[in-house]
Design a protein around this ligand. Sequence first.
Ligand SMILES: Cc1cc2nc3c(=O)[nH]c(=O)nc-3n(C[C@H](O)[C@H](O)[C@H](O)COP(=O)(O)OP(=O)(O)OC[C@H]3O[C@@H](n4cnc5c(N)ncnc54)[C@H](O)[C@@H]3O)c2cc1C
Length: 393
Amino acid sequence: MSSPALRVAVVGGGIGGMTTAKALVRCGIDVTVFEQAPQLGEIGAGVLMTPNSVRHLERMEMGAALAAAGARIGKGSQYYRMDGTPVAPILTTDSSGWNGMYGMHRADLLAILADGLPAEAVRTGHRCVGMEQDAAGVHLAFDNGESAEADVVIAADGINSVLQPYVVEPSSPVHSGSVAYRGLIPVERLPEWPYGVSQLWMGEGKHFLVYPVRAGALLNYVGFVPSDERTAESWSAPGDPVALAAAFAGWDPRIEGLLAQVETTYWWGLYDREPLSTWTKGRLALLGDAAHPMLPHLGQGANQAIEDAVALAVLLTGVDRAGAPRALRAYEELRRQRVAQVQRGARANGRRYDSAYDDLDERDAEIADSVRFRSWLYDHDAEAEARALAPAH
Ligand SMILES: Cc1cc2nc3c(=O)[nH]c(=O)nc-3n(C[C@H](O)[C@H](O)[C@H](O)COP(=O)(O)OP(=O)(O)OC[C@H]3O[C@@H](n4cnc5c(N)ncnc54)[C@H](O)[C@@H]3O)c2cc1C
């Protein structure tokens, strides 16, 4: 008699949770996502999708939707000093003969991930408040009084994960000393702005990033400035466009021109954390920011969540209820070291970007290191790596 099909519950319907659902469905695994919000949604900001995740979304047949809703960053990244002097050659993204990088509006990405999932696979208005597990399975409790049973639970409930303490003592957030101002500007207000390139300006203690999203209709900007001001971690607060413009006064006139167009902006306190010592306990595994919150200086939080999701789905394929905890440990083993390297890389990139670099040779060497790191990052194929491991675990 064949064993009953594995039932997976995903807590959290953000980019990590929804990609997990999509990847599990593709592998023929039964999944239900429980999201606390009354409907799926994302903040009005950009997210840069890099080749290490785009290749997986394409394999899951989301390539055409990404190309339609995203803004292709076909010319890679260009770095400048604060006065606008270019500091390094453009990083092309085809280091392995494969080229794919998109600036996306976060809401567009979430809609693409949700599209095509069975309607009953996503249950909104379900805030998970706790769980219990034993050898037979997991029991989830929600604040609306409902409950659910599953063989495996994936906690994709973000940086302030409710389920993380069921796996490991949470690591303490440490304020990085910087905040990020973010917003979107309609491109018709800056018609001369170049398309297809992500641009980053660096100065002492600050850096400024701009890339297009929504098929080039909007420009996404992020201004990183030193500040001890704090928001609750991962929460944003309305910012003052005048204060933002003042922080970058005297920088490249292109930035001053862009900031003159900002009507509303939001800021986030940026926190750093040490990697967690483990991501799994029995039938529960952490994924995305719940497993590995990181600084945004490599633009990898969401991209790494997508890598997690595809690796997890491969490793759960063909696994029965009894084998599930072992498959989750294999997922953790496969992913934890790479992600810790990315977390450290994001920290190092933040230091690079915020350096004034009076010594030009040192600066060029640092940027070359950063470009080499990105090649390592982008060339990775999380699905292929998981497939190579799958028969052995
Ligand atoms: C300034 C800034 C810029 C960034 N830029 C990039 C970038 O360019 N590229 C990139 O890859 N990453 C970027 N990131 C990081 C990225 O935003 C996160 O890593 C990513 O959103 C994590 O996805 P997630 O699904 O793990 O968590 P989240 O996006 O936080 O989603 C968690 C979901 O779980 C739900 N939830 C929470 N608690 C519960 C509960 N108890 N029960 C049910 N549901 C619950 C939430 O409502 C939410 O929908 C950036 C971050 C910042 C701050």
